[in-house]
Design a protein around this ligand. Structure first.
Ligand SMILES: Nc1nc2c(c(=O)[nH]1)N[C@H]1C(S)=C(S)[C@@H](COP(=O)(O)O)O[C@H]1N2
Ligand SMILES: [Mo]
Length: 323
């Protein structure tokens, strides 16, 4: 393991284990971090600041029945967030992303190696795509915590089809917004911005890859990446780029933000894998957020429980090297 001084943007190992949460932090701070006591405030959403509202209510997709996974309580999903543009603390995005940052109207651009480059207003895009569906997915952050989230959105494959990629297109490069005036984290420079993520084209067109415009049957709150964000449930949370403004189709593998920051810790693939540890902590288990006061832990599943669906994408790839 490489030993060097931690940078401001680094995920500190102390945020990773529940032991650390219990012993290193005062009890009140622990409660605040988990959003307990903020629950009431979390449920009251400022309606005027909502992102894309088109397409609700979403349709149930029988392939992802609600009964299979029990969603995490909404007040955790919307309070315990990673969105560095609005601060590195878990409870900061909820506050800082709702101080006048406008997510409606919002334009998303399809560009690069495609036959149909275009710019869409997100509400128009949802209508063009034919509405929203619900997907209840596991969500596993690289920091070893997890949730279950009911998303509303549409398969990314539908967006790829709209763009009509050229044969040379092999990857998608997704870019988040850049607005330092609204985003305190961008003013502070706590990461390199704009936030960038990437997928292989065959990952992007996999049926699990999803563009969410909502959760819990309502438009995405700003702190969850309004008005449109990526959801790839078999990958670590940081792949799930929020508030996307551009999807560019490329011939070469794009470098994602966290990989650019620390390539030895965060790879391009970021597939959930309990057998490949982060250099500074184990990935074998995870803390269930909202799983009860005495933080329950559970074993982490290969590809976050989606092995049957996605393993074939990585046949022949050394997952320890391509982490
Ligand atoms: N633009 C942007 N997208 C982002 C992040 C970020 O800091 N900026 N954080 C990522 C990380 S590390 C996680 S775990 C998830 C958190 O999503 P949630 O807050 O909706 O649970 O968003 C991901 N997408
Ligand atoms: Mo994360």
């Amino acid at each position: 393991m490489l030993i060097r001084s931690p940078k401001s943007w680094e995920i500190s190992a102390s945020t990773v284990t529940p032991e650390a949460l219990y012993h290193a932090r005062p009890r009140r701070e622990f409660l605040r971090t988990l959003g307990v006591g903020l629950a009431g405030a979390a449920l009251a959403r400022p309606g005027a600041l909502f992102g894309a509202t088109a397409g609700f209510p979403s349709k149930e997709n029988p392939l992802y029945p609600a009964a299979k996974l029990k969603p995490t309580a909404e007040e955790y999903v919307t309070v315990y967030n990673n969105f560095y543009e609005f601060g590195t603390g878990k409870d900061e995005p909820k506050v800082n992303a709702n101080k006048g940052w406008k997510t409606d109207p919002w334009t998303i651009e399809l560009a690069g190696l495609v036959n149909q480059p275009a710019k869409f207003d997100v509400n128009d895009l949802v209508k063009k795509i034919g509405g929203l569906e619900e997907r209840i997915y596991r969500f596993r952050c690289v920091e070893a915590w997890s949730m279950v989230i009911p998303w509303d959105g549409f398969p990314l494959a539908k967006l790829v089809a709209l763009a009509d990629p050229k044969p040379e297109a092999k990857y998608l490069k997704l870019t988040s917004f850049n607005d330092p005036k609204s985003a305190i984290g961008q003013r502070q420079g706590n990461l390199e911005y704009p936030y960038v993520e990437g997928l292989r084209l065959d990952e992007a067109t996999h049926e699990l890859a999803f563009m969410a415009t909502g959760l819990f049957g309502k438009p995405l709150p700003n702190q969850n990446g309004a008005p449109i964000r990526l959801v790839t449930p078999w990958k670590y949370g940081f792949k799930n780029i929020k508030s996307v403004v551009k999807i560019e189709f490329t011939a070469t593998q794009p470098k994602n933000t966290w990989q650019a920051m620390a390539a030895n810790e965060y790879g391009f693939y970021a597939n959930v894998n309990p057998k490949v540890d982060h250099p500074r902590w184990s990935q074998a288990s995870e803390q269930i957020i909202g799983g009860g006061f005495f933080a329950s832990r559970q074993a982490t599943l290969m590809f976050n429980g989606y092995e049957k669906e996605v393993a074939s994408l990585y046949k022949g790839l050394d997952l320890a090297k391509n982490f």
